[in-house]
Ligand binder design. Structure first.
Ligand SMILES: [Zn+2]
Length: 141
């Protein structure tokens, strides 16, 4: 059996979402729509989820109706995501990146908010106030 091919953005985002968290089918549909800025129909999501399941890349938990099931990546599914990220490289990074900011001091990923401060004329974002202090101390002339 050859590997699943990802030929459109909806599929790519579906896999990305699953790599972040277990998701309900309808949440995947909604979120893929939001992130791609396109209307996503059940026909773009559910057959693909079934295919992922047939490959044992996802497992489902919960009620039998497709909308109520939660889809999870299996260890095999995680390997699939790794293969994809190797293949797509930058494109994959860009697809996930918009919501991520890096702390200017420790480089950790900030999912929301963060601590902002203007240092040396630059507006910088840090994960916390202590990182801002550390950055200031390191860059003090
Ligand atoms: Zn930090």
């Amino acid at each position: 059996m050859s590997d699943i091919e990802i030929k459109n953005v909806a599929k790519l985002f579906t896999v990305l979402l699953l790599s972040e968290n277990g998701q309900h089918g309808y949440e995947i549909m909604k979120e893929v729509g939001k992130r791609t800025g396109r209307k996503v129909s059940p026909g773009q999501i559910y057959p693909f989820l079934r295919q992922l399941k047939a490959y044992h890349y996802v497992e489902t938990k919960g009620r039998a109706e497709r909308d109520k099931q939660t889809y999870y990546l299996t260890p095999e599914g995680r390997k699939f995501v790794t293969r994809l990220s190797d293949k797509f490289g930058d494109m994959f990074e860009i697809a996930i990146k918009p919501k991520l900011t890096m702390c200017a001091h420790c480089n950790c990923e900030i999912y929301r908010g963060g601590y902002k401060e203007k240092i040396g004329g630059r507006h910088l974002t840090f994960c916390c106030e202590n990182c801002a202090k550390g950055y200031r101390a390191m860059n003090a002339r």
